[in-house]
Design a protein around this ligand. Structure first.
Ligand code: SF4
Length: 238
């Protein structure tokens, strides 16, 4: 039985247009969030773990406070379990706090307090999956590592996927490859942040702002919507 592997085939012109327009949009509309002003992998990891399952507005209330209590990975590693649980109180999904604490202890013990840089080593830490590893690698170390959260997934699917594969795993593989292929050389930080913000602010789940969108010409979903509305017979006015 042959296994067909999907390779995204995108014209270099399309890739360049997507990168340029997205980065330009981000320059003017990207959000100013506290975890964007640091390259410290520990502080970036804290934000990423908090942002799993929790809205940005809510995380803003906790992020600064948590880092004042545990300013470094060594401080968090040295804290007791119940103290960390208490600091997390109100954010919910406490397994996240447990994993973060366990990661801090592992990094201090096995890596002398220095975060590993490779995706494989990052994914070996407790509670760190492919998305979070990509976020730490690209946001802290500028590595060309893809990320795929809900927002990024939605943007890439709408713009590039004309025919959805029937199996979710096949779609996921395709999206991860796209997310990697599209990163402009040396700009992983900006590009990944831009994709997340674009999904959160423009290409939203319910009301995408297609009429103001500078990716409209490249976007398969937008073109399909237009074709549909052009082919719908208009009712005559009485
Ligand atoms: S045209 Fe609409 S669907 Fe396509 S990327 Fe822009 S906002 Fe999203």
């Amino acid at each position: 039985m042959s296994v067909r592997t999907y390779r995204p085939r995108l014209a270099p012109k399309t890739v360049r247009a997507f990168q340029t327009r997205l980065l330009d949009w981000f320059k003017h509309h990207g959000r100013d969030l506290p975890w964007r002003s640091t390259r410290d992998p520990y502080k970036i990891l804290v934000s990423e773990i908090m942002l799993q399952q929790t809205q940005v507005d809510r995380v803003l209330d906790y992020y600064g406070r948590f880092l004042r209590e545990y300013p470094s990975i060594q401080d968090l590693a040295a804290a007791g379990r119940s103290a960390v649980r208490e600091s997390w109180d109100g954010l919910g999904y406490y397994a996240r706090a447990r994993h973060l604490h366990a990661t801090a202890r592992r990094v201090v013990k096995r890596h002398a307090g220095e975060f590993p840089r490779t995706l494989d080593q990052l994914m070996d830490l407790p509670g760190i999956g492919r998305y979070t590893a990509g976020a730490v690698a690209s946001f802290a170390f500028g590595e060309s590592a893809p990320i795929l959260d809900t927002n990024v997934r939605r943007v890439l699917t709408r713009v590039f996927v004309r025919r959805r594969p029937s199996r979710q795993a096949a779609l996921d593989r395709r999206l991860w490859m796209l997310a990697e292929l599209l990163i402009p050389c040396g700009k992983a930080w900006e590009f990944n942040q831009a994709l997340m913000d674009f999904g959160a602010l423009m290409c939203t789940a319910r009301n995408p702002r297609c009429s103001d969108c500078r990716l409209g010409e490249l976007c398969a979903w937008n073109q399909a919507q237009r074709a549909k509305s052009n082919s719908t017979p208009r009712r005559r006015r009485a």
